[in-house]
Design a protein around this ligand. Structure first.
Ligand code: PMP
Length: 365
């Protein structure tokens, strides 16, 4: 208490709208199988780890100076990776896509403005809305976790949101959106439509990215991250693709030099190893499909997944199943609709541990 016993949060001049609220907090535990935050289970190869080390050493020789404030070389490399005719002017990067999303709400949301999301979805969207004092309106997804186009258009017309969040593939359900849904929402929206594609690289064959909509839809923003497919969660690098005017708008709220020289160097190096990293993504997609099949074969209900995680159920007491798994060294996530649990796709070894633990925890062993 630093000598001030009895002094707490309630004694601080905290904003009224933050009183009594809970912070984001997925447990960080050291157990046999950590399958709770949709990370990539594969650490960088020795070759890539060494290349990152060299890039950081190189950045260190000039670390007395501020980094490139506009991160131009990194944005160009990200644009090259995305393709679709994009270049650096279409791309913006920040410390994780969470920061990208926060900058979007700082620029386009705020007091007196509304953001709409289709839930269950990523829990940080309403938390970032709260932090930026943007009103949050939640529209329910269908029983199959899809976004009903008519419901979506009605909600947009009613609430006139400055920002709409469409997550595809959706976290925690794994559901990808048809492009027609994004187009219909973009056409009805008075503001910007953020398609959060954090898990884009894990989509199954035939599910397109909203990147294809950018040329004809200047109010669409596609958000991506290097935390998942690029196995770079610890480096914190998220980015977006949009009309250059959107990038101009974000310059008004970004902090100067927000992306460190080290972060820029690490991310650029990882992009040079895209082929290697995306090879591991193929293995994860196959592991995901096998997991879905296995769960269904054992009588579980499973949401179709285009991501590196699977939502499965149903459990009248999901907390009991979660706790039992944890006792067996398997950490998954109690998130999403009641009766469902989410598991991140790990290595084959981790998934074997998960399968055994789940059979034991649910009396199927
Ligand atoms: N969007 C979605 C849908 C996510 O699930 C996550 C991470 N769990 C993020 C954004 C943020 O990831 P990061 O800040 O690491 O880019």
């Amino acid at each position: 208490d630093l000598g001030h016993p009895g002094f707490g949060l309630d004694d601080l001049p905290l904003r009224d709208d933050l009183r009594g609220q809970a912070p984001y907090g997925a447990p960080q535990l050291t157990v046999r199988a950590v399958l709770n935050t949709n990370e990539n289970p594969y650490p960088p190869s020795q070759r890539l780890a060494e290349a990152i080390g060299r890039a950081v050493a190189e950045a260190a020789t000039g670390i007395n100076r501020y980094p490139d404030r506009d991160a131009v070389a990194l944005r160009q490399a990200l644009a090259d990776y995305l393709g679709h005719g994009l270049d650096a002017a279409n791309v913006w990067a920040a410390n994780g896509s969470n920061e990208v999303l926060q900058q979007i709400l700082q620029a386009f949301g705020g007091p007196g403005r509304t953001a709409v999301g289709f839930e269950p979805s990523y829990s940080m969207h309403p938390i970032i809305a709260r932090g930026t004092a943007t009103r949050w309106v939640s529209v329910p997804r269908t029983a199959r976790f899809e976004v009903d186009v008519d419901d979506a258009v009605v909600a947009v017309k009613e609430h006139q949101p400055a920002v709409v969040f469409l997550t595809s593939p959706n976290n925690p359900t794994g559901t990808a959106l048809p492009l027609e849904t994004v187009e219909a929402v973009a056409a009805a929206s008075p503001g910007v439509v953020v398609v959060d594609e954090a898990y884009a690289e894990f989509r199954r064959e035939g599910t397109p990215s909203a990147l294809t909509l950018l040329p004809d839809h200047p109010n669409v923003i596609v958000s991506r991250t290097m935390s998942k497919a690029f196995a770079l969660a610890g480096a914190r690098l998220g980015y977006l693709a949009a009309h250059p005017a959107v990038v101009d708008a974000l310059q008004l709220v970004r902090l100067p030099y927000h992306l460190s020289a080290v972060t820029q160097a690490v991310a650029r190096t990882a992009l040079e190893y895209a082929d290697e990293l995306l090879g591991a993504v193929d293995a994860l997609r196959a592991e995901r499909d096998a997991l879905v099949e296995w769960l269904r074969a054992h009588g579980f209900e499973v949401a179709d997944s285009d991501a590196n995680f699977v939502l499965f159920g149903r459990f009248p007491d999901r907390s009991a199943v979660f706790a039992d798994l944890l006792e067996r060294g398997v950490l998954i996530r109690e998130v999403g609709p009641p009766e469902w649990l989410r598991v991140t796709v790990g290595t084959p070894e981790e998934m074997a541990v998960f399968r055994d633990a789940l059979l034991a925890a649910t009396g199927r062993a």
